[in-house]
Design a protein around this ligand. Sequence first.
Ligand code: NAP
Length: 479
Amino acid sequence: MDIANLIGGERSEGCGGFDNRNPADTRDVVGRVARGTADDMRAAVSAAHAAFQAWASTPAPVRGGVLFKAAELLDARFEQIAAEMTREEGKTLAEARGEVRRAINIFRYFGGEGARMPGLQTPSERDRVFAFAVRKPLGVIGLITPWNFPSAIPAWKLAPALVAGNTVVLKPASATPLSAWRLVEALVDAGIPAGVVNFVCGSGAELGDAMIDAGPLKAVTFTGSCAVGGLLYDRAVKRRLRVQLEMGGKNPTVVLADADLDRAVDHTINGAFASTGQKCTATSRVIVEDAVHDAFVERLVARTRALRVGNGMDPATEIGPAIDQGQLDTVLRYIDAGRADGARLACGGRHLTEGALAHGYFVEPAVFVDVREEMTIAQEEIFGPVLAVMRASDFDDAVRIANRVAFGLSASIQTRDVSRVFDFINRIEAGLVTVNLPSAGVEYQLPFGGTKDSSFGPKEQGPNALDFYTDWKTVYLRY
Ligand code: NAP
C-alpha cells in the first residue's frame, strides 16, 4: 500500500484500498490508499488520547521546534511534493509550488507561536494578588479536510492544534490523501511522538461519524461543503463538541466605473479561474457598474477565450482539470442550468475531450452574461471555472446584489475611489475583503474565514487561530 493509515505510530492497512488517480489523466494511478474503517478511526482517537498528557506537558517551544524541523524537511522535499500535488489534484505546478510554500510557512509561523503562546496578565483589583490566564490544550481534535488545498488546509489545522499541545486525528479528502500524508510524514520524521498525529483515510461519512462519536474527542475542525458541514455540526453539538466549520462561498468582485479596467479584468480572471475555480474564495460573480459593463465584458471574454486548459505539469497550462467525474458533472449541470434560466453563455462551457485531454476532467472556462440575481448560477456555489457577470446600476445596487446570497466568505472591489472602498468594507457581508486584488489569495498571518452560511466558529490562521485549539485557565494568586 502506498499510503497507509497511521494509528499510534503504527502503519495500518485498513480494509482494502482504493486508487488515487490523476484527474488530468485517469490512466495515471498516483498510488494505492488504505481504506480505514470506523474501527480504525476509533483506534486512532484512542491512540491520540493516550498520547495527550505527555504531549501537553512538553514545553510549547519544544513542540514548536518539531514544527520548525518538519518545515525544514518539507523544504528539502519541496519539488517532489509540489509535483505530486499537481498529479493528485490537477492544479498547475506553479499553483502547487505556491501551496507547498504556504504550508511550510504555516508550520514556521505556528512553530514560532510555541515560544509565544500568548496568555493574559492584568492587574488585580486586590492587594497582593497576581492575576493571569494561560492557554491550555483541549485534548484530542479531529481534523477533516477537502481536496482543493490538499496541503495548505491540513497544515493550517495541524500546526496550531499541535503547537497548542493537542493530539490529532487527520481525515484527508479521499481524492488527495498523498499531499496530506506528506505533512504527517514530515512531522513523524521530525520526531513527533507516536500517537500525537494520527492519519486515517477512507469514506467521509463512515469515518466522520466514527470520529465524532468517539468518546475522547474534544473538538472537530472541518473544511468542506455546506451540506457536509451541516450534517457534522448536528452530530457534534449533541456531544457538545467544540466545532469549527469553514465552508462554501459565492464570492463577488464588484467593478466600479472608475476602475482600471485592464487590472479589473486581470483580477477577475485570476479570482475566477485560478485553480480551475476550485477555491472557496474564487470569484463566481462579477458585478459591473452599468457605465463600463460592455467594455469590461468585451475584454473579459477575450481574455477568457485565450486561457490554456491542460495538464498542470505543462508550463503553458493555466487551467487544470476538475477534481473528478462528480465535480465535472456538477459544473456541466450548472452550465446547463444557466442556459435554461436564460443567461447568455458568452464563451466556454464545453466539456473538453480532444487529444491529450481525452482522459481527464476538463472543461472550458465559461463566462455567462445577463445573469439575474434569482438565477441558480447567481446563488449556488459551483466550484468550477464558471463566472456569472451581473449588471449593477450604481455602487449601492452593486453592494445590494453582492450581499443577496446565503454565503459570506470573500468579496472584492475594483475602484480608485477611497470613500467607496471604505463604504464597501463596512457594508459587504464577507469575512474577507480585497481591494484592487483578486477575491482569492490570502495570507496565513491574519484571520481567515467567512460569515453567514460560509463559516461557523472561531476563525482559522493568524494569532487567533489558537482560540479554537485552547481553553483559558484563569489564575488569581495571593502572595
Ligand atoms: P466535502 O465533500 O464536504 O468533503 C470535505 C471533507 O469531508 C472530505 O474529507 C470528505 O471525505 C469529508 N466528508 C464527506 N462526508 C462526510 C460526512 N458525512 N461526515 C464527515 N466528513 C465527511 O467537500 P469537498 O468537495 O472536499 O470540498 C469542496 C468544498 O469545500 C467547497 O464547498 C468549498 O467551498 C469548501 N472549501 C471551503 C474552504 C474554506 O476555508 N471556507 C476552503 C476550501 C474548500 P471524502 O473525501 O472521503 O468524501
